[in-house]
Ligand binder design. Structure first.
Ligand code: UD1
Length: 341
């Protein structure tokens, strides 16, 4: 049994691969080792507990390479993930996120094996400030990134026609050790880590009363593992699952948790009145369906997940905190930033 993980050398892929290989499940990765994510591509490759084939998911030939490899299941993680960056790199985001998903599901179909594909809660667009979002909520994406994830879901369902099992997972904000520390277009917690290490104030965009649901990467890996090995009961052969902690916290809470976890003592939390294009105010997963299906439910509380990330990443080489300020300048120049820095 060999699981092909697209984007396997990345943040989520490495956690999943470690978990599967510890149990004796063989893994192989298809990954571009993109420099925006991998500051040391060779180190990412070495860390992966199986072969890493460096190739682009948006090219169907990348999957043909595995036609005789005895793949028994596919996990499709490879994607571009920057919400605001998607607003000006639309073509590229569509090619990778929609095209890549179509290629992955077509390969699973050709091999007659189950596929677990990662979508995003970004398909829902703006969340409700009070209620949690269920999987049946209509898609109203506010960013090009969210649109590509929504189109990818539809294309996957249409291409497979129920002929092989398809699980679509919509994670909320995934955090934990190993998340990209250099990519200034995503990852508020990586920005907070860089600022804590430089002993600079944390910069919260807006009032900080926006809410998110931060889920530990190990909880997501456990859910993907379950989905890989648990048959789908529904006759559609499609299963759509939210993945979140089910706990809502504000960005101000997040900043406080990060400060409390710092080994280097407290820094100030400052606010700047900006909003990035495509940013939403509220997000929270309804995880009732996970419970109903007997899927693993999240084990990590947000404050513990934040502490785990900060402490595990403290000695890793990260980017200079100024890269996040530069990314805001770039958005402002492109007219994709509301408000003043
Ligand atoms: C995240 C994901 C995206 C995923 C989506 C699901 C990451 C890196 N991106 O987008 O792939 O599909 O959730 O909803 O996890 N902010 C600050 N200060 C900073 C940086 C950011 O206040 O220094 C704010 C942002 O304006 C935003 C919030 O923090 O309001 C979260 O931003 P970010 O970490 O980029 O994640 P999402 O946009 O939620």
């Amino acid at each position: 049994m060999t699981v092909l993980i697209t984007g396997g050398a990345g943040f989520i892929g490495q956690h999943l691969a470690a978990r599967l290989s510890e149990r004796g499940v063989a893994v192989t990765a298809l990954d571009t080792l993109d420099e925006q994510v991998h500051s040391d591509p060779e180190a990412s490759k070495r860390r992966f507990p199986g072969e890493v084939v460096v190739a682009d998911v948006a090219d169907p030939a990348s999957f043909a390479h595995f036609d005789d490899a005895g793949i028994t299941a596919v996990v499709h993680l490879a994607a571009e993930t920057g919400t605001s960056q998607s607003m000006y790199e639309q073509e590229h985001y569509r090619r990778v996120n929609v095209g890549g998903t179509v290629n992955a599901v077509e390969a699973a179909h050709r091999w007659g094996v189950p596929i677990v594909a990662l979508s995003s809660r970004a398909v829902y667009g703006e969340g409700d400030p009070v209620k949690a979002t269920t999987e049946d909520t209509p898609h109203r994406p506010l960013s090009v990134y969210g649109e590509t994830k929504s189109e990818g879901e539809t294309a996957a369902i249409e291409a497979l026609r129920g002929e092989v099992p398809l699980t679509i997972i919509r994670p909320q904000n995934v955090i934990g050790p190993g998340q990209a520390l250099h990519n200034p277009y995503t990852g508020v917690l990586s920005a907070f880590l860089a600022k804590l290490k430089a002993h600079e104030p944390l910069t919260v965009y807006g009032t900080g009363e926006q809410t998110r649901d931060f889920v530990h990467v190990k909880d997501l890996a456990a859910l993907i593992d379950w989905a890989l090995f648990t048959p789908i009961a529904d006759e559609s052969n499609v299963r759509i699952l939210n993945c979140g902690s089910g706990v809502r916290i504000t960005l101000n809470d997040l900043a406080r948790f990060a400060v409390a976890a710092s080994p280097d003592g407290p820094v100030e939390i400052t606010h700047i009145e900006v909003k990035r294009a495509g940013d939403i105010d509220h997000a929270l997963a309804d995880i009732t369906r996970l419970k109903e299906l007997g899927a693993p439910v999240p084990q990590w509380q947000p404050a513990d997940a934040v502490r785990d990330f900060i402490q595990a990443s403290w000695n890793d080489e990260g980017a200079d905190p100024s890269v996040w300020d530069k990314a805001l300048d770039e958005l402002a120049e492109r007219g994709l930033l509301e408000g003043d820095k």
